[in-house]
Unconditional design. Structure first.
Length: 244
């Protein structure tokens, strides 16, 4: 039986790379993205590789859309895997310039949504014999230095701690929750920004992480990772694995 994975924010960027990587590994994919056109385009790429796909235009902050995502995975025989990838900074202005509604929406997207969607898949995964949840955090949630989006950094730090706190899900539900916290990933936007940097700025920065390396870590965790594991990824270095 084909196993089914949900990937949020899968229409573009890292989410699309993860969705395609999972399809290549033999998973049917629920492609969920706020941009329905992008979700459908990714779904077509997955189907072209011979795997089933269900593309959904969905706002993962909305409970009704979360329910639709889980229902789509159940229709495909899952869910067996959930990748909480959707996230992002507050548009335009950050805390404290951002309004409470603006920065709260960022915390909701980056922390509350993964918590809620993970909660929704626990019983369906247990009924399927277990599963894996991968939370995509960020290096912005690690460390003690100043950071450009405090609300984003706080949410990602919370996501890391949330993951480590739930190592016990493996024994209670047969579900392994794990987390990947990458630094700057070499996607198109980052590559464009890298090109605009001076030679001195590049020399002072870590190199971009190839997206394929992040996908490889995600797949490895799904295949053999231990619940509660958090993997830090820094450009130019080997991943740092924190396992319970």
């Amino acid at each position: 039986m084909v196993r089914t994975a949900i990937v949020t924010g899968a229409g573009n960027g890292l989410g699309r790379e993860i969705a395609l990587g999972l399809a290549h590994a033999g998973y049917a994919i629920v492609v969920a993205d706020l941009d329905e056109r992008a979700a459908r385009a990714c779904g077509r790429l997955i189907e072209a590789r011979g795997m089933p796909a269900q593309a959904l235009g969905a706002d993962v902050r909305e409970r009704g859309d979360m329910n639709r995502i889980v229902a789509a995975a159940q229709k495909l025989g899952g869910p067996h895997v959930l990748v909480n990838n959707a996230g992002g900074w507050t548009p335009q202005r950050q805390y404290p310039q951002a309004t409470p509604a603006e920065w709260a929406a960022t915390i909701s997207l980056n922390l509350m949504t993964p918590m809620l969607l993970s909660q929704l898949v626990l019983d369906p995964m247990r009924e399927q014999g277990g599963g894996a949840i991968i939370n995509i955090a960020s290096s912005g949630g690690i460390g003690f230095e100043s950071y450009g989006s405090p609300e984003y950094g706080a949410a990602k730090a919370g996501l890391i701690r949330f993951t480590a706190s739930l190592a016990s899900l493996e024994s209670s539900h047969g579900v392994r929750m794990m987390c990947v916290a990458p630094d700057w990933i070499g996607l198109s936007r980052a590559q464009a920004q890298w090109e605009r940097m001076s030679a001195d700025e590049r020399a002072a920065s870590r190199p971009l992480i190839p997206p394929a390396e992040v996908v490889s870590v995600v797949l490895n965790l799904i295949q053999e990772g231990v619940g509660g594991t958090v993997v830090e990824m820094w450009g130019g270095d080997q991943p740092v694995v924190h396992a319970p």
